[in-house]
Design a protein around this ligand. Structure first.
Ligand SMILES: [Mg+2]
Length: 257
């Protein structure tokens, strides 16, 4: 394990969190556990991060969750996450325990029709249907096309009654239910009866989770950009270092106490 790239202040905060009565470790997937790649089906979590999450889930009084914007089924398919890791999809709209109702499905289908009418025929725009909405990815589109499509989506489908828009990096999410990672984190924390939470994420949508952190919790922003998180790491490789450090310290603490 190399922890040299983990800043001393973050190391200290993780060390303190590792001594919590019940620790919740929650992380985003893309850009956090997995480096960003051109095609999102090819995204894979770094092996050292998977190893660290595996170690953490095996510990008592420790809950591990991955909270992603991806649909839950998609997250399960690409994630290859260790057994025992809780999966939360669609920014918290899919907590893994409830089936979407018929009304949601009907409104989702109408939303997707409206989105298709905007994106039809535009190269490099990729629709990702989800149980309660759709993500429109523009990473592979020409810059002028991307801007035009995003503007048209905001002016059109995003204005449909009950539709919530959420902007990410190179993606606009449109959903017929309101969910955010911050609300999901609250549910996870309550269910786990966590006394300290460590949350790591790289995108705008992770900011809602950073906002909900309490004193003693540890928020880690991955990469550049404005953030409410107290700590920052440059990339998923240092995420792996931080998770490994947390796992090692947590295991040592539990063995002693
Ligand atoms: Mg991300």
């Amino acid at each position: 394990m190399s922890t040299g790239a983990v800043e001393p202040l973050l190391r200290e905060a993780l060390s303190t969190a590792s001594r919590a009565a019940h620790l919740l470790v929650a992380c985003d997937f893309d850009g956090t556990l997995a480096p960003i790649v051109a095609h999102r089906d090819d995204a894979r979590a770094l092996t050292p991060s998977l190893d660290a999450l595996g170690l953490l889930t095996a510990l008592r009084d420790t809950t591990v969750a991955v909270v992603s914007g991806r649909a839950l089924r998609d997250l399960a398919d690409v994630g290859h996450l260790p057994e025992g890791v809780l999966l939360v999809g669609s920014h918290g709209a899919e907590l893994g325990d409830d089936e979407p109702d018929h009304d949601v499905v009907a409104r989702r289908d109408a939303l997707i029709d409206a989105v298709r009418s905007v994106t039809a025929g535009v190269d490099g725009v990729d629709l990702e249907p989800k149980p309660a909405g759709v993500a429109v990815h523009v990473r592979a589109a020409a810059r002028t096309d991307a801007a035009r499509v995003l503007d048209a989506l905001r002016a059109g489908p995003a204005q449909l009654p009950g539709v919530v828009a959420l902007a990410g990096k190179e993606v606009l999410e449109l959903s017929v239910v309101s969910a955010d990672k911050g609300a999901a984190l609250e549910v996870l924390r309550r269910r786990a009866t966590a006394t300290a939470t460590v949350f790591l994420g790289d995108d705008l949508t992770d900011e809602t989770a950073f906002e909900r952190l309490l004193p003693g919790d540890v928020g880690v922003k991955v990469g550049p950009g404005v953030t409410g998180a107290e700590h920052r790491v440059p990339d998923p490789h240092v995420v792996a270092d931080a998770l490994a450090l947390l796992a090692t310290e947590r295991a040592a603490w539990l063995a002693r106490s």
